[in-house]
Design a protein around this ligand. Structure first.
Ligand code: NAG
Ligand code: NAG
Ligand code: NAG
Length: 458
């Protein structure tokens, strides 16, 4: 199946408009024109300006004691974060080098220094939520490059969830044709794919099983695995680069992004093949969303959380037969990223039930186009906690009035973490906190030199 071709675009070639060398000044004019266009055509303009943080002055959260903040060692530029519940293990994929991200990261349009050797690239890490120690897993049968982004983790065998897992991970490889012919702007610069790894829980390695590639996977961002052979992946943009890419970044009406459902017939089927397409089946599972980006597992086994990053929206969806149907949309006041669900195990008398969605985001997404190539810039981070307001007895002034209570769990101006793209809440037994309800919030950032854990009140 082919993805839809947006209006006003060449249906025959479906080629991106080539990039422009005099881009900077031109982009500024384009930005201004589009801002006007947005203002006159898009109804909820003020919400849009709120989402991109036009008026936000990022603030820094104050911690009661120093021990409430842990900067996790060796977590350099980790975009995604997942808690594997059966063994209470956090998984993340990290770039392991702060400078690489600013030279090559297709999702941000950073194409200057593509990885040239297999040594360049990151790794999969496990983090122990108790000790907050991050461990790099050694690769077996894999030589990079590995340009890390979204991941997901799924039990290898459902009857033995504590034994082993499969890890799906986006890898933003350069297009070999682009490396051969860098002057030809018509050649897409990236040819991203998904890597599948196998990991025995508690061991210190991951074995590469195979790579997965399909023409429908163009700008992969995040992954939702439903089994070892079936997963969903978001294409955060329709265009990899060029002018229309910028239109997509700015215009909420550009609802061209898709989520793709991918099935592989068997994990080992073509493990050693250089041509991994034949046994990969893919179809569009969700379309019509502006900049769909993060994916996460929800409250039930088939609830699929999808975010519109630049739209500041959380979609509650349901997977069924390779399709995602959206049940509800929750509006948030910032750009948002990879969502997760927190199930509160310490609910007494139905009171103070903190179960809900945990959504990381950017304090000022509006700065990103100007900061994305700058290792020394600062970008603030936010993490939202969204819970159902029905059935709760707390009296929050932050209720949205639409059945959802939204509050900021964490906020930083870029001092302790730069951007927030992954966030997972790990509960703390109230008995260890003198009866108070608290949790450790783990946050990763796609431009951050470290991930953090902060103790938050729930
Ligand atoms: C690694 O790949 C080789 C073939 O390329 C294979 O013989 C070997 O069994 C693989 N090792 C593991 C641990 O999968
Ligand atoms: C807490 O709230 C969640 C979501 O509203 C609900 O599914 C769960 O059953 C509640 N837990 C208890 C113990 O009431
Ligand atoms: C909730 O807060 C409002 C305003 O702060 C107050 O008037 C009201 O009594 C509170 N309700 C409860 C149930 O505490």
């Amino acid at each position: 199946m082919t993805a839809s071709v947006p209006l006003g675009f060449d249906r025959k070639t479906t080629r991106p408009i080539p990039g422009n060398k005099t881009g900077m000044a031109f982009n500024t004019v384009l930005f201004a024109l589009l801002a006007i266009l947005v203002a006159v055509t898009y109804g909820p303009v003020s919400h849009y300006l709120t989402v991109i943080g036009a008026w936000r002055h990022p603030s820094r959260m104050v911690f009661a004691t120093d021990s409430d903040l842990v900067k996790i060692k060796d977590t350099i530029v980790c975009e995604d974060l997942h808690l594997y519940n059966p063994t209470n293990t956090l998984f993340t994929a990290c770039e392991d080098d702060i400078h690489r991200r600013f030279g090559w990261f297709p999702p941000l349009g950073n194409f200057e220094t593509p990885p040239q050797t297999t040594q360049e690239g990151g790794s999969i890490h496990v983090i122990d939520p108790e000790t907050k120690i991050s461990t790099r897993l050694e690769f077996e049968n894999f030589s990079g490059p590995f340009v890390t982004h979204g991941i997901d983790v799924v039990a290898a065998d459902e009857s033995r969830p504590g034994h082993s897992v499969y890890i799906f991970a986006v890898n933003h490889l350069p297009n070999p044709d682009f490396l051969q012919n860098r002057q030809n702007t018509a050649i897409p610069k990236a040819r991203s794919q998904i890597e599948l790894f196998y990991h025995v829980l508690g061991s210190n390695s991951v074995r590469h099983v195979r790579s997965i590639w399909h023409p429908l996977i163009k700008t992969p961002n995040d992954i939702y695995a439903e089994s070892p052979t079936s997963f969903y992946v978001t294409n955060d943009h329709f265009y990899r680069d060029g002018l229309f890419r910028e239109v997509e970044d700015l215009l909420p009406l550009a609802k061209w992004s898709t989520t793709i459902h991918v099935q592989i017939t068997h994990e080992t089927a073509r493990a050693q093949s250089n041509d991994p397409i034949p046994d990969v089946k893919a179809e569009v599972a969700l379309r019509g969303i502006f900049n769909n980006n993060g994916l996460g597992h929800g409250q039930t086994h088939d609830e699929c959380l999808v975010t519109s990053a630049a739209g500041g929206l959380l979609y509650l969806g349901q997977t069924s037969n390779g399709q995602i149907s959206v049940r509800e949309v929750i509006t948030l006041d910032s750009a948002v990223d990879n969502p997760s669900y927190f199930s509160d195990p310490f609910v007494s008398d139905g009171n103070n039930n903190a179960s809900g969605y945990i959504i990381p985001g950017l304090a000022r997404g509006i700065d990103l186009p100007f900061h994305k190539k700058d290792p020394s810039a600062r970008d603030g981070a936010l993490v939202w906690h969204v819970k159902s307001s029905s059935g709760t007895t707390s009296n929050s002034s932050m209720s949205s009035g639409t059945g959802w209570e939204k509050r900021l769990l964490f906020e930083d101006d870029g001092t302790i973490i730069r951007t927030a793209s992954g966030a997972v809440l790990v509960p703390i037994d109230p008995e260890r906190e003198g009866g108070r309800k608290k949790g450790w919030l783990f946050v990763t950032g796609f431009l951050s030199e470290n991930a953090i854990a902060v103790k938050v009140d729930l």
